[in-house]
Design a protein. Sequence first.
Length: 435
Amino acid sequence: MLLSSVSRTALSVLPIVILTAGFFLLIRLRAFFLLHPKKTWGSLGGGAGNGNSPFRVLMVSLAGTLGVGNIVGVAVALMLGGPGAIFWMWVSAFLSMGIKYAEIVLAMRYRHREPDGSYRGGPMYYMKEGVGGAPGEFLSGLFCGVGLVSSFSLGNVIQVNAASEAVTRVLPISKTVFGILCALVCAVLVMGGFRKIANVTAVLIPAACAVYFLLCFFVLIRRASDIPAVFVRIFHDAVTPDAGRGGVLGFLTSAAVRHGTAKGTFSHEAGSGTSPMSHAQSAEPCAAKQGLYGILEVFFDTIVICTLTALVLLLSGIAPESANGGMDYVLSAFGRFFGRAADWIFAGFMTVFALSTVVCYSYYGTCFLRFFTKNKTAEAVYLILYSLITWPGAVASPGILWTLTDLGVVAMTTVNLIAVLFLSREVREETKALL
């Protein structure tokens, strides 16, 4: 009871922390990506050597951020705050772009080159070397310890549980069998290292997103005449207190995603320090240029996908308060346009997004572990345990796991933002390469 109360309090403070940090970084960086768009975005592209291209790295990072929450989280945000919640999701995304950019730039600046030519980077490195001293040692150790534990819950159990709930609703298969299959697939993929993960996500993520786009655009074209009225509702309701509460929580913490049939993850995780570990693998030599892909990540994750979801839900005409949870709202809304096929479609989506997140987080987990030890046996044991836990994760009721996961993400985000804000001057120096 006490743990749950602490978790709710932490989650209520987190949006304020992120919005404040985002506004500070926007001012510190002088909103360069808005004031100098031609110079900024014209610097993207070009060769990146023979290593991991910025696009492939971006796909891995998106695999960790795109999840059930991008669909169900929007539904519950509407249930909490009405149409105006979407406006606050846009505001939150806008302010979080600077955070994502800054943490990726720092990860690139302080990354280490491995003997095999690959890179290792992330918050733990810029905490230890950038912040430095005893404070840096403490922050990096705390960040990695919490992240290592959270990788089993946030990146694995919760995701597989959501997929199993969806799949077993439409297929005559038990959760146990589904969990075993996921464990086998996970083991094959995670043992291949970052390159194999990049190969898989570079195919799965674009394909899943393309299909989802087609479905949403079908609805938008069919109901095109009603779209202006939907935007009027969004902006009109944005000034209500409930809209702000629902939008910020739905976007930054995705707290309500934990309700209903499927469990999801946080939206784009800006500030939590996970995606910089993927971006640090990029062959792009310029830290600031790679940071721009973080801005694109936030834009695509929230402004694009979440907005498409919101429009379809609002165009369906189904009252959010009439739904029994976020997943029920999504299935009912899409069912208005696609019938029973909606159940099958979203079973597939959740499986793809959940599996992509599980595989991506296995890499994050090895990054956390490698900070403590480079022992290959320890890494192999971790990956085996990580793969095996998908089995019980498919059949278990997460319960307290969600509370512990919430606390873990709050702790990671808070610790990471302390370091990012402390090193924000260095981020501004790196940004000069773009202007």
